[in-house]
Design a protein around this ligand. Structure first.
Ligand SMILES: Cc1cc2nc3c(=O)[nH]c(=O)nc-3n(C[C@H](O)[C@H](O)[C@H](O)COP(=O)(O)O)c2cc1C
Length: 227
């Protein structure tokens, strides 16, 4: 697979088939992904891969917490701003509306949106869940390193015919994750990643997000008149 095809065909899949992913494939994806660069090659990431019964136990506990007592749970880092500004606000809305429209969920149907949101915590039915952590003794720059590693996982998964969804939603429930997996106190739970085979019949998987084009986000200088 050409790297452009792997990158272009990556998308957030939110309904997976039950087809298992063998552990050598997961190990291979992680081994390839760990070729990600990091400042001074510190490789600040750790991954907890879950499948089968440990995954189900973890998912059940998080769904329970998210359903009964969501306000008690907070992430250890701020992913989103408290005050949204344009153009991000509009992009965020289009992303949410597009996903719910693909599922036939009306904008004012809070209950259906909540149920869809809760599907995060069963990894959207994926047979494998990855929980990615970052050592908190490092600094903000290491989030860049972690992002490159996470992107590598998602692109390397494409080379195996697999799909993914990055899931910051798990960061809120790090306390529950810590009860079941051996994270050290130094680790921040950055996100989860659902990994598996796409359900090609699922309407939410047909939702393809938009992107701004280079002329909207890049400034070119010194290239002459040719564009
Ligand atoms: C770090 C990160 C965390 C994300 N967290 C979630 C999440 O918790 N739940 C979810 O459904 N999508 C999540 N997403 C997926 C984004 O919504 C998605 O990447 C974006 O809308 C662009 O769509 P695409 O991935 O299909 O290209 C996350 C993406 C990233 C990169």
């Amino acid at each position: 697979m050409h790297v452009d095809d792997a990158i272009r065909s990556r998308k957030s899949v939110r309904r997976f088939l039950p087809t298992p992913v063998p552990v050598p494939v997961v190990r291979h994806i992680l081994e390839v992904s760990a070729r990600a660069p990091s400042g001074n090659n510190v490789q600040p990431w750790r991954v907890y891969a879950v499948a089968g019964e440990p995954k189900n136990r973890l998912c059940n506990a998080i769904v329970q917490a998210a359903t009964t007592d969501p306000d008690r749970h907070q992430p250890e880092y701020a992913y989103y701003p408290t005050q949204w500004v344009e153009p991000y606000l509009d992009r965020r809305r289009r992303c949410g509306f597009g996903l719910y429209a693909s599922l036939g969920i009306a904008r004012d149907d809070a209950q259906a949106r909540e149920l869809q949101m809760l599907r995060n915590y069963i990894f959207f039915d994926a047979p494998v869940g990855l929980l990615v952590t970052l050592d908190r003794r490092l600094n903000t720059g290491s989030f860049m390193d972690l992002g490159m590693f996470i992107q590598n996982i998602m692109v390397a998964a494409r080379a195996q015919g697999l799909h993914t969804c990055a899931q910051a939603a798990f960061a809120w429930f790090h306390k529950i994750v810590r009860e079941q997996l051996p994270l050290s106190e130094h680790e921040i739970l950055a996100c989860g990643i659902a990994l598996g085979h796409e359900d090609p019949a699922a309407p939410e998987n047909a939702f393809i997000t938009e992107r701004a084009q280079p002329d909207e986000f890049a400034h070119f200088a010194g290239f002459g008149a040719a564009r």
